[in-house]
Design a protein around this ligand. Structure first.
Ligand SMILES: NC(=O)c1ccc[n+]([C@@H]2O[C@H](COP(=O)([O-])OP(=O)(O)OC[C@H]3O[C@@H](n4cnc5c(N)ncnc54)[C@H](O)[C@@H]3O)[C@@H](O)[C@H]2O)c1
Length: 336
């Protein structure tokens, strides 16, 4: 059997593929290698996973239905999908809104249509903590109302959740949406805080700190997120003799669509995050305080009780350890 991973050259996709390949799964990766950020970083990640003989890569856009059809015909043993390809980033959705609708909405629909035609046992897709918008109730729970997204990115991620519910209801496809909370770690995204801060400290450049530093995040180390994604994907695997066929489970359940938060259960202040980086790098940051950015939220805290209960998700890595791994990777990758 094979697992299709979309966004396989992306930050989280690369790590998911690594982990699946190490446990000898056959992995089919798709990515359009777009230039939202440095394509060389995407290619370098890809080079690492292309060393595995059980990995096959397709340079394709997920909205290209004909390409997707060819891929699944060629790999008729695909039975699970980890769908991570997306236009990420809250701030960029103010600049290039159409790409969010194309990739996140149309792309997600393309994947759902694929699942409708194939005997897919489980589709796990990435949603985001941004769907909680400006909710005041903390921690954020999957039971909370999320009908007021404050960025287009969040609105498209919420659309993915709604469309998934519909497909799951209509066609009994087992689908799980995971709301990720600020992921960081080696091979990370250049538009995210760990990367921007490390780069600026090392180059003696000013760090833009929004909302005058008054922000808190559930910074989550990438290995913990990957462990959660794969545990969720496996939840009804062959290990559980009673329910090794998700389709039959789906018939018993009215709508086999579930949503979970996966994020750190500890929230850190942005200023503590920067001070930890300063300590690790051994240099002071040049901080430039700026007002809150439109679409951004002040604080995120994940209620992970349901993901802990259902697939034993429990993040282990604290920010000191996680940031050390990140800085070590950054320095070696960029030779600084
Ligand atoms: N990193 C985080 O903190 C975070 C937080 C919440 C949600 N997420 C979600 O997790 C997923 C992975 O995020 P990431 O941080 O790895 O981002 P990323 O940008 O590094 O990875 C996404 C990958 O998808 C590819 N892609 C984009 N559009 C595509 C298309 N139309 N067709 C094919 N490939 C396409 C990109 O080239 C990229 O390699 C995304 O769905 C993102 O929205 C991430």
């Amino acid at each position: 059997m094979a697992i299709l991973v979309t966004g396989s050259a992306g930050f989280i996709g690369y790590h998911v593929c690594q982990r699946l390949l190490q446990r000898q799964e056959q992995v089919i990766g798709i990515d359009n290698l777009n230039d939202y950020y440095d394509v060389r970083l995407k290619q370098a990640r890809l080079e690492q996973i292309q060393t595995y003989s059980n990995f096959q890569f397709y340079h394709s856009d997920i909205t290209n239905r004909a390409n997707l059809q060819t891929i699944v015909e060629r790999h008729s043993n695909i039975n699970r999908i980890v769908h991570l390809a997306a236009q990420a980033g809250v701030r960029y959705s103010l600049i290039n809104p159409y790409v969010y609708a194309e990739t996140n909405v149309l792309g997600h629909l393309t994947l759902l249509e694929l699942c409708r035609k194939l005997p897919i046992q489980h589709l796990v897709y990435a949603s985001s903590s941004s769907v909680y918008g400006a909710n005041h109730k903390l921690p954020f729970s999957v039971q909370d109302p999320v009908e007021q997204p404050i960025s287009l990115y969040a609105a498209t991620k919420r659309s993915c959740e709604l469309m998934s519910y519909t497909y799951s209801h209509l066609f009994k496809i087992p689908i799980t949406g995971l709301r990720f909370f600020t992921v960081y770690g080696p091979w990370g995204r250049p538009d995210m805080s760990a990367f921007i801060f490390t780069k600026s400290i090392l180059k003696d450049e000013k760090i833009p700190v929004f909302n005058h530093g008054d922000m808190r995040r559930n910074f989550t180390y990438v290995d913990d997120i990957v462990q959660g994604i794969i545990a969720c994907l496996d939840r009804f695997s062959d290990k559980n003799q009673k329910i090794n066929n998700l389709r039959s489970l789906a018939e018993e359940t009215t709508v086999p669509h579930r949503l979970y938060n996966i994020g750190n259960n500890r929230s850190e202040s942005l200023m503590d995050f920067i001070q930890t980086l300063e300590k690790i790098i051994g240099k002071k940051a040049k901080i430039h305080f700026e007002p809150m950015q439109p679409g951004d939220v002040k604080e995120t805290i994940a209620d992970i009780s349901e993901s802990t209960r259902d697939f034993e998700f429990l993040p282990k890595t604290n920010i000191e350890e996680g940031l050390k791994h990140f800085v070590t990777w950054y320095r070696s990758f960029y030779g600084i």
